[in-house]
Write a protein that binds this ligand. Sequence first.
Ligand SMILES: *Cc1c(COP(=O)(O)O)cnc(C)c1O
Length: 437
Amino acid sequence: MKYYSTNNNAPLVNLHEAVVKGLAPDRGLYMPETIKSLPCSFFDSIDKLSFQEIAYTVADALFGEDIDGDCLRKIVYDTLNFECPVVKVSDNIYTLELFHGPTLAFKDVGARFMARLLQYFINKENATEGRQQQVNVLVATSGDTGSAVANGFLGVDGIHVYVLYPKGKVSAIQESQFVTLGRNITAIEVDGVFDDCQTLVKNAFMDEELNSRLKLTSANSINVARFLPQSFYYFNAYAQMKRAGLEKDLVICVPSGNFGNICAALIAKRMGLPVKRFIAANNSNDVFLHYLNTGNYEPQPSIQTVANAMDVGAPSNFARILDLYGKSHSAITQDISGFAYDDEQIKAGMRQCHDLYGYVLDPHGACGWLALRQGLDEHEVGVFCETAHPAKFKQTVDGTIKADIPIPKRLAAFMKGQKQSVPMPNSFEAFKELLLS
Ligand SMILES: *Cc1c(COP(=O)(O)O)cnc(C)c1O
């Protein structure tokens, strides 16, 4: 399978190159040149298959041409060592809980898959070149990405991860998920803000000396190896709905920031998944909603909200959505509608859902619940993604629903761990020295 760049100004590449490069040289996003449909027989019997079996069938259609079958199966089965259950919230409204992975957020699926796929390609490179070169993954984080990537790559042979994060700007819960790991993970506490961390990483990729001495790559969320595997759990959600006899007129609602997660759902539909339509739920960063309403895409500076993983003013995956629909606004609005909520509405939604149904939402999932309530027609059944466990946002959740929600064991375990980050000034020279040491 070849991958093209959404900017249409870069050569086609194979999966290996798309994964190692992340971003195309023309700064576009890689997209598969063709998207295979899965046969009707697969959907007819999907309710008899396990999550891992379903995911492997989907992975084989996406990646099967480029990876040996047994290796791909192992990558898929290793990635999905946790469940993504669909849970009833109220009549016609269900939630796809994506927070049962190691860092309690949906990004675990993509990060775990990418780590294993990268390892597969690195091993192949080392075997043909007859050497053992380590690959260094550089990632800047304002919180969530760092934990998913660090844990996704934890203990993966041949790969070392450097997580750069801004000192004092990341919540204690988030920080604990990547500074306590050790092993092949180095957390670097930068005396600066998130943008400084991002600049240090970008400069490292452009530095000739570093690149001649070290093998560097990024684990950015736009990487095809992180974005495409997110389609697995939509197929599995459909299987669960079918088991319950609720798969007709299915609407999927995704709380969205960079629009990678919803884009994976759109790919799933393109592969044949019988979903009627989609709803994109936003916080006050409503650039996509504005596009749906007007046909004009006008990126904005991001606005800080309680659903901070969705604070994106220029969603990178917008380019992928445009391409999927031949750049047609009417085709896009036929399949996707949108709603946006400010902080007060998000908190009111969390309270209402808790009071009425006893279900505790995190601020991101709350946008999804609100949008589904607002956008679902009577005869439809809706599933919204719960993208993170509410305990990751304990302060907001407790304050909003006046409760003291329990912290799951695996989150508490991170918080008990010893902080092992390396303090560093906001200086490229210092970063370079650290990488070369
Ligand atoms: C990253 C994230 C989102 C947004 O997902 P996109 O793929 O960027 O649209 C939503 N909720 C949570 C909890 C996240 O971490």
